[in-house]
Design a protein around this ligand. Structure first.
Ligand SMILES: [Zn+2]
Length: 90
């Protein structure tokens, strides 16, 4: 795991200040979507190999939600953006 995450508000910070909250590519279904769609949204996750976007919460810092694009094999970080700035909510 990368030892530093560059928070878009705080700058480079140790990874221990963050909490990983999962896949940032999952879209919330419509309120009237099927039970199967909601089951998949809540419970089913892929275990991707390679580049992947995840929600990270800067728990011990600014407490902002970030979208971190990282490689799940090498742990290289390619991009960090504020989730709200991307129109995403966690
Ligand atoms: Zn921060």
């Amino acid at each position: 795991m990368a030892s530093l995450i560059t928070c878009s508000h705080c700058g480079p910070r140790p990874k221990e200040e963050f909490t990983v909250k999962g896949d940032a590519a999952i879209a919330r279904p419509a309120a009237d979507a099927s039970e199967d769609a909601w089951y998949a949204y809540v419970y089913l996750r892929d275990n991707p190999r390679g580049r992947h976007k995840e929600y990270w919460h800067h728990t011990s810092g600014c407490r902002r939600w970030l979208v971190v694009e990282r490689d799940t094999v090498t742990h290289a970080i390619y991009a960090v953006a504020d989730a709200a700035a991307q129109g995403e909510t966690a």
